[in-house]
Design a binder for this molecule. Structure first.
Ligand code: FMN
Length: 220
C-alpha cells in the first residue's frame, strides 16, 4: 500500500471512531478480534517501558450490575458492550521497587550491573518529574494507561469495532468493589480508566466537532 493510501485509511479509522453511547446487543466481538485489540494495548509505549497497566475484562452480567451504580458515564454502554474493560494502573513504581527492577532486568533484559549503574540518573529523573508521592506515582502510571486505551480504540476502529472511553465513575466506590473482589493484587493496582467495546446500535447523532488546527498548533 502506498503512503497516500495508508494516510487515507488511517484517517478514515479516526473518523469512524466516536464515543459510542450504546452498542448492538446482538453483535459480539470475536475472540480473535478482541485479541487484536488487546495486543494493541500490550504493544503500547510506556515511560521507561514499565508497562504499568492491567486490563480487567468484565464479561459477567452480575459483575456489570455491581459496577453500574458507580459508573454513571456508561449507563447505556456498560450493559450493552460486547467487551467492557477496566484499566488498572500500577502503584508505587519507584525505580527500586521489585516490579520495576524485574521489568527492567528480566522483561527488558537490561543487565543488572547496568541497571544499578543508572540509579543516580533514575533518582534525578524521578525528582525532576516530581514523582515523589504515592498519588504522583499512581497518576504517572495512569497517564501511561491512557496511551494503551487510545491505541486499543484506534485498533478497534480500524476493524470497524466501536468503543467509548469512560471516566464517569466513582473512583473510591469502584476501587472498593475491585478490592473486595481481590482484583487489585496486594495493593499493587488502582483504577485508572474504563473502555467499552462493541458495535454501534445506531449511527452517531452528531457529526464530529473539533476546533480548527490553527487554534491548537503553534510552530515555535
Ligand atoms: C478520558 C475520557 C473519558 C471519557 N469519559 C466518558 C464517559 O464517562 N462517558 C461517555 O459517554 N463519554 C466519555 N468520553 C467521551 C468523550 O465525551 C468524547 O470522546 C468527546 O466528546 C469527543 O467525541 P468523539 O469521541 O465522539 O469524537 C470520554 C472521553 C475520554 C477521552
Amino acid at each position: 500500500m502506498n503512503i497516500e493510501a495508508k494516510k487515507t485509511e488511517l484517517m478514515s479509522t479516526f473518523h469512524f471512531r466516536h464515543a459510542t453511547k450504546e452498542f448492538d446487543l446482538t453483535r459480539k466481538i470475536t475472540n480473535e478480534d478482541f485479541e487484536f485489540i488487546l495486543e494493541a494495548g500490550r504493544l503500547s509505549p510506556s515511560s521507561g517501558g514499565n508497562e504499568p497497566w492491567k486490563f480487567l475484562v468484565v464479561q459477567t452480567p452480575e459483575f456489570r450490575k455491581e459496577l453500574a451504580p458507580h459508573v454513571t458515564g456508561a449507563v447505556r454502554s456498560l450493559p450493552t458492550a460486547s467487551h467492557f474493560v477496566i484499566i488498572l494502573a500500577r502503584k508505587g513504581l519507584t525505580f527500586d521497587s521489585p516490579y520495576v527492577v524485574e521489568q527492567q532486568t528480566k522483561v527488558k533484559k537490561m543487565p543488572v550491573h547496568v541497571y544499578n549503574s543508572m540509579r543516580d540518573a533514575y533518582a534525578q529523573f524521578y525528582g525532576d518529574l516530581k514523582l515523589d508521592t504515592e498519588r504522583a506515582l499512581l497518576d504517572w502510571s495512569s497517564k501511561q494507561t491512557y496511551l494503551a486505551m487510545g491505541n486499543m480504540m484506534t485498533a478497534a476502529a480500524h476493524i470497524n469495532i466501536d468503543s467509548c472511553p469512560i471516566e464517569g465513575f466513582d473512583l473510591d466506590a469502584v476501587n472498593e468493589l475491585l478490592e473486595k473482589k481481590g482484583l487489585l493484587g496486594n495493593n499493587e493496582f488502582g483504577l485508572s480508566v474504563m473502555v467499552a467495546f462493541g458495535y454501534r446500535s445506531k449511527e452517531p447523532v452528531r457529526a464530529k466537532t473539533r476546533r480548527p488546527m490553527q487554534q491548537l498548533v503553534q510552530f515555535v
